[in-house]
Design a protein around this ligand. Structure first.
Ligand SMILES: Cc1cc2nc3c(=O)[nH]c(=O)nc-3n(C[C@H](O)[C@H](O)[C@H](O)COP(=O)(O)OP(=O)(O)OC[C@H]3O[C@@H](n4cnc5c(N)ncnc54)[C@H](O)[C@@H]3O)c2cc1C
Length: 635
């Protein structure tokens, strides 16, 4: 049988891992990326990647890693995928080490570990504070080996526009656009894997790269009926530097290495302690008030991110922001120079963008939109599911379309723990590659044989939309519409949510959807026309924004990153459910709910006020299903 071909859309950690796995299995890959692969957003990841090591002497365990992840996500994650990811994490680290990723090491030669949020254990391996870059370059090298063997063909600077399906609804390729010439072409393949990253740009300014618009996944949602899941869960990172163009992250590693968050205390002020609702005095006038340590003595500065962000907002709302503004201090000035050196990559970013040296002066930071827990719905049959072998992990509801990485919803529930994303991207990518190969083997036919006319039709639809956009001569400016959309999303759909605010947001989004019909392109050129490229994406950005706001409006509880006024408690009786979102043209999306698989850990209320290290025992854990093999790193 001829070698099968897969189109992988996205060249970040998830896309590269999937490509590597497919090449290992002898498949051919078309690797499509809107930016050069080595500029994928993963390159910006800073603080590290989680896995349990038995070398830290802390009695850490796989079970504890899985438990922290599930508790951090406020019990909304299906537990089998999380468990298997944590099982595989040490092997993934071994693979990364073998392929030459330059991790920091201890004096005895083991991988060094730092503590991250939501855990009491040092389980985060790191490369200074530029871990994502080192991981991406390591995997890129492996993919280049496959490229040299003729197994991988890269299409950088090409944007995914539409999936093509045959008459049985199976994916058989894509339409893509050259972002220089705006030419539309097709790629034929036996399956497609999506690894297109997050969607922070929906919120205007975020810590994400400017190409993280989420338009690719949203195109699949709008054009092809792909389901989204848990879109309402948007992570706001507690520590970023506000900027006119975007927010720049100051990684959790700063706190992992001992950084402390504070404001000047004020004995005359009282506020509600976010941990228990009790009225408290806001520190002592003239003294530093380390408020996270005061609210959550058990975890201090390393509480889960949703908890830290809400605490910072509560403090600035109480009028304690530094210089009367929405900002608090993140202080690493007391750290030893050798510890500061481990943070060099981020401290340099701070100095570059603010002009102040954070080794001497505390940094001024504020929460910013950072990560999307929700995304494309994927199937994930547990190891003991009766129909395990007729289903495919990481496959969306579209036959032959898989998804991995930040663009899909598994693994993090209602809130992601720091340093778990790089892990889920690599794990999910490897699983998607392996399951995609199994899917193609199971087909027993050539998907292209039933695709007569499908490519021409898909390309014609894209061409028609292109011509439509170029012919519009309205007054509306797509960039200004984006500014308005970002503002309403930040104001009403991030940390402070209420049903009235979400209703207002939805009304505004419907108006923007209407006004978008009346845009005019300021640039009508046919070469590197960024206004056109963004205008095309914006149609889908609006629908994604509506899906996020609508799912938030429907969920009447507070859980993880979703906190709603009037519904302050988590409500497991009614809302321990995954939101499943289906696009409906010109209507609100339809939302239904799936139950959550909580087989290993019973949901309990999260409490970060006490530091209790306890052993976690799991009855009937899954057998270890290895996803890393020695061939993954060329042995
Ligand atoms: C500043 C920052 C620091 C972070 N630090 C950490 C950390 O220390 N640890 C951790 O675990 N997590 C961290 N994260 C989160 C983590 O970096 C991301 O979740 C992860 O890198 C996402 O990887 P990915 O492969 O899913 O997507 P990405 O790396 O974003 O790659 C997406 C790919 O899709 C392509 N693409 C997108 N749209 C299209 C399209 N329409 N057509 C073609 N190609 C397309 C892009 O070109 C790119 O190649 C951080 C996030 C930020 C913002």
């Amino acid at each position: 049988m001829a070698r099968q071909t897969v189109t992988v859309v996205g060249g970040g950690l998830a896309g590269l891992s999937a490509t590597m796995k497919l090449a290992e299995l002898g498949c051919k890959v078309n690797l499509v990326s809107v930016v050069p692969v080595k500029r994928s957003h993963s390159v910006c990841a800073q603080g590290g990647i989680n896995s349990v090591s038995d070398m830290t002497g802390e009695d850490d365990s796989i079970e504890l890693h899985a438990y922290d992840t599930i508790r951090g996500g406020d019990f909304l994650a299906d537990q089998p995928p999380v468990y298997e990811m944590c099982y595989n994490a040490p092997y993934i680290l071994k693979m990364l080490d073998h392929i030459g990723v330059p991790f920091n090491r201890t004096a005895s030669g083991n991988l060094d570990r730092r503590r991250f949020g939501g855990t009491l254990y040092n389980r985060t391996a790191f490369c200074g504070a530029s871990t994502g870059q080192q991981l991406l370059y390591g995997l890129d090298e492996q993919v280049r080996r496959a490229e040299a063997k003729g197994l991988v063909q890269k299409y950088e600077n090409h944007e995914f526009m539409r999936v093509v399906q045959n008459q049985d609804g199976e994916a058989c390729g894509i339409v893509m656009m050259d972002i220089y010439t705006l030419d539309l072409t097709v790629l034929k393949s036996d399956a497609v894997i999506f690894a297109t990253g997050g969607n922070g740009i929906i919120f205007g300014k975020s810590t994400n790269s400017m190409h993280n618009t989420g338009a690719a996944a949203a195109r699949l949602f709008v054009q092809s009926g792909a389901l989204l899941a848990n879109s309402e869960f948007i992570q706001v990172h507690p520590t970023a530097i506000p900027g006119k163009d975007k927010y720049r992250l100051m990684s959790e590693s700063a706190r992992g290495e001992g950084g402390r968050v504070w404001v000047w205390g004020n004995s005359a002020k009282r506020m509600k302690n976010p941990a228990d609702g009790e009225l408290i005095t806001c520190g002592v006038t003239g003294e530093k008030w380390f408020f996270l340590e005061a609210f959550y003595p058990g975890y201090g500065n390393l509480v889960a991110r949703d908890v830290a962000s809400r605490a910072i907002l509560a403090v600035t709302d109480a009028g304690l922001g530094v210089d009367g503004k929405d900002q608090v201090y993140l202080d690493v000035t007391h750290l030893e120079p050798k510890t500061q050196d481990k943070l060099e990559a981020i401290l340099d970013i701070y100095q570059k963008y603010t002009g102040e040296d954070p080794r001497i002066v505390p940094m001024k930071i504020f929460p910013a939109v950072h990560y999307t827990m929700g995304g494309l719905y994927i199937d994930w049959p547990a190891y003991d599911a009766e129909d395990r072998l007729s289903r495919f992990r990481q496959m969306t509801n579209i036959k032959g379309v898989f998804a991995a990485g930040e663009c899909e919803y598994q693994y993090h529930g209602a809130n992601r723990l720091g340093a778990n994303s790089l892990l889920s991207c690599i794990y999910g990518g490897l699983v998607a590659g392996a399951e995609c190969e199994r899917y193609m083997q199971s087909l027993g036919k050539d998907v292209l044989s039933g695709s007569d006319g499908a490519f021409e039709e898909a390309q014609a639809k894209e061409l028609a939309f292109k011509q439509d956009l170029f012919s519009r001569g309205g007054e509306e400016n797509v960039h200004l519409l984006h500014e308005e959309l970002g503002k309403v999303m930040i104001d009403k759909v991030t940390v402070r949510r209420s049903n009235s605010g979400l209703d207002e947001a939805l009304q505004k989004l419907y108006q923007i959807r209407e006004r978008y019909k009346h845009i005019g392109l300021s640039d009508k050129g046919n070469y590197v026309n960024q206004t056109y490229i963004f205008a095309n994406q914006f149609k889908y950005i609006i629908e994604n924004a509506i899906a996020i706001a609508k799912a938030a409006r429907c969920r009447d509880e507070s859980r993880g990153a979703h906190a709603k006024e009037g519904f302050e408690d988590r409500d497991d009786e009614n809302w321990l459910k995954t939101s499943i979102i289906r696009y409906q043209k010109d209507l609100d999306p339809h939302i239904s709910y799936n139950s959550v698989d909580t087989r290993y850990f019973k949901p309990v209320k999260r409490d970060y006020t006490k530091a209790v290290k306890k052993k976690i025992q799991v009855e009937n854990p899954p057998a270890y299903v290895p996803i890393v093999t020695s061939r993954d790193y060329g042995r």
